[in-house]
Design a binder for this molecule. Structure first.
Ligand SMILES: [Zn+2]
Length: 419
């Protein structure tokens, strides 16, 4: 199945798994990047994957990177008009995506107020807020009465951010039109619609009102987008409520987006998240690419691929590397732990990453971390990024050979085995 998305952009599904929704595809973009999916998107928030140089992205087989519209916009400030585009600034020819700023509506807003991430993990006995508390919340925000930790005021026409991190006391405004304008200026290959990402602690009513805003903003994004060389992905919201998720997937899935992303909240557990995918996927056209936003634990990758997800993004490989966590096919270990002090062995058996190829051992990396040597974070990042890309390659190969389910079981039992 081959789908031309205009401007020389093409998504082609080369193989469908016979037992699950898993598939292998190729995404071709004008910059010459050809991405094989399923793929893992490395996070380069401010137009740079921390610890890595442009050449390192190539050496670790990184095919796609995501940058952050909100932070680039705020960070660049008045220098934005001179911005030369992400491919030039990053010196990278692979596929680049930008998110829309919609996630910051959550992460700087209710994420902070509720002290939660996209998956809640709050006590079972805590009741989901009812209509009155959702209504109170909505009125409170519209009146501009904010919680001390919440820096965002979401109105029907967009969101106001009062973010002390940028040393600006005034609030700044972002909406669908502005988000698309900014993303066109930043120049990524894949851009996202502006949305309101809700919290796992929102009740069904607030989640529904936010979803309706997201749908209206999605239409606006499609209407104002003007660059044919960029793919615009719509975002499905609706929290962990089955009817809302289905309604959102049906609504967003029927709009003429080039691809789709599943946004948070994803519920209160991993099982909730997998259910959210199962509810949404049937409404998202098979011939278009699908992304799962901000998720990338190893099990989640397998469960997502099985349910038809093509791309993931997450800070796990890079952020954890900087703290000394090393990922391997035998699971994760902390290289800063004393047990590695005299471990004169490679970071992982048979690893061909640039760090391992240079002959680095666990003992040496342990020492570099202990000495707070800058090389430590870089070597660990090279290894982890290579590993995640290698894992995705193994997954693609398993789908091509019609043994995805067998591979999933074997790989997870090895990676998740308690040591
Ligand atoms: Zn390695």
């Amino acid at each position: 199945m081959r789908l031309s998305l205009g401007g020389g952009i093409m998504f082609e599904i080369v193989k469908n798994d016979t037992k699950t929704r898993a598939r292998v595809g190729t995404l071709t973009v004008p910059h010459g990047g050809k991405l094989l999916t399923p793929a893992f998107t490395m996070v380069g928030t401010r137009a740079k994957v921390i610890s890595l140089e442009p050449n390192d992205l190539v050496r670790t087989n990184t095919g796609i990177v995501i940058s952050n519209t909100y932070h680039l916009w705020r960070g660049l400030g008045e220098r934005l008009p001179e911005f030369k585009g992400l491919h030039t600034v990053m010196g990278y020819d692979g596929v680049i995506a930008t998110d829309s700023g919609g996630f910051q509506v959550f992460s700087l807003g209710f994420g902070r107020e509720h002290e939660v991430s996209k998956i809640g993990f709050f006590p079972e006995e805590e009741k989901t807020p009812g209509f009155l508390s959702d209504l109170f919340l909505q009125i409170r925000i519209w009146l501009g009465i904010k919680h001390s930790r919440n820096s965002v005021r979401v109105m029907p026409w967009g969101a106001y951010f009062k973010d002390e991190n940028y040393g600006d006391e005034r609030s700044v405004f972002l909406n669908a039109t502005k988000s698309i304008m900014l993303q066109e200026k930043l120049g990524a290959d894949i851009i996202l619609a502006f949305d309101e990402c809700t919290s796992p602690r929102h009740g069904r009513h607030y989640t529904k009102w936010a979803m309706k805003r997201t749908h209206r903003w999605a239409k606006k994004c499609l209407a104002v987008k003007s660059n044919p060389n960029q793919l615009l992905f719509g975002i499905v919201q609706g929290g962990a409520f089955e009817d809302l998720r289905k309604e959102s997937a049906r609504t967003i899935g029927s709009m003429p987006f080039d691809g789709f992303a599943i946004g948070g909240s994803l519920g209160n557990s991993k099982e909730d998240m997998y259910r959210v995918l199962e509810w949404s996927m049937p409404y998202l056209p098979d011939e278009k690419p699908r992304h799962l936003l901000g998720i990338g634990q190893i099990r989640d990758i397998f469960e997502g691929v099985e349910r038809g997800i093509d791309t993931f993004d997450c800070v796990i490989p890079t952020r954890e590397a900087r703290h000394g966590a090393i990922w391997t096919y035998d699971g994760r270990y902390d290289v800063t732990k004393g047990a590695n002090k005299n471990a004169d062995v490679p970071l992982a058996p048979d690893c061909a990453c640039p760090a391992c190829a240079s002959g680095i051992t666990r003992a040496k990396l342990h020492e570099l971390f202990k000495n707070k040597d800058r090389e430590a974070g870089k070597l660990a990042t090279l290894h982890n990024v290579y590993f995640f890309n290698d894992l995705m390659k193994s997954i693609r190969q398993a789908i091509m050979e019609d043994r995805f389910s067998e591979y999933k079981e074997a790989a997870l039992s090895r990676i998740e085995k308690k040591k």
